[in-house]
Design a protein around this ligand. Structure first.
Ligand SMILES: [Zn+2]
Length: 219
């Protein structure tokens, strides 16, 4: 399987210009696969599911640029295959502040994403925030830029999009973008008290997919 990313022209992040002017915030890296037109068995009803990379799909290893250290979370591959069989558009969201810190670069991140696609199959869109907190970009969660960039690239309305994330910041980003959020609590979410806070949540990605199917919101 080839992974030859073609990065989209950065999209303007409406409403994220700093008050009082100032430079346009930095944009995320966005890769759209299959010219946005690929469809599998079902048509998915024009819905999209965006998955947070390091809490939902694979184990979170800080600043990992090594494809040999990509470990799928339990049940995640099967759950992604199930979503894909419905024809739901699938995207991956990830923050990689290691780029801003100089310990990661685009090429190394691509080798990791290539490995993820070997394990999970192709995703329709990838949206990466390469910035650090000091850059005040519009895509570092809880800002909605990654969600908006992915939905625009897919041409799926945020209202037809579910973001499955592991932290409160993922849920806030989804809500700000106008998408639905679904929590698969990572350790951070437990620390945030989100598990008890009444958010829509599942124990893991397979549970999240079952919930979406039962609610009819994945299609
Ligand atoms: Zn960013």
């Amino acid at each position: 399987m080839e992974f030859t990313p073609e990065y989209l022209k950065p999209l303007p992040l409406a409403g994220r210009r700093p008050p009082g002017g100032g430079p346009e915030p930095s944009a995320p890296w966005v890769v759209l696969r299959g010219a946005g037109g690929r469809r599998s068995a079902g048509d998915g009803g024009g819905a999209a599911v965006l998955l947070d990379r390091d809490t939902v799909l694979i184990e979170d290893i800080a600043y990992n640029g090594d494809p040999g250290r990509v470990y799928p979370r339990p049940g995640a591959r099967q759950a992604v295959a199930e979503l894909r069989s419905l024809g739901v558009r699938l995207g991956v969201l990830t923050e990689q502040p290691g780029v801003a810190r100089g310990v990661l670069n685009r090429r190394r991140i691509e080798t990791v994403h290539h490995r993820i696609e070997e394990l999970f199959g192709p995703f329709d869109v990838w949206a990466v925030c390469p910035h650090g907190p000091a850059e005040r970009c519009g895509c570092r969660k809880p800002a909605p830029g990654l969600v908006l960039a992915a939905t625009r690239a897919l041409r799926v309305p945020p209202a037809r999009t579910t973001v499955i994330g592991g932290t409160g910041a993922d849920l806030v980003a989804a809500a700000e973008a106008g998408a639905r959020g679904l929590l698969v609590p990572a350790g951070v979410a437990r620390a945030e008290g989100l598990v008890a806070a009444g958010h829509r949540r599942a124990a893991d990605l397979p549970g999240a997919v079952r919930m979406l199917l039962a609610a009819g919101t994945a299609r």
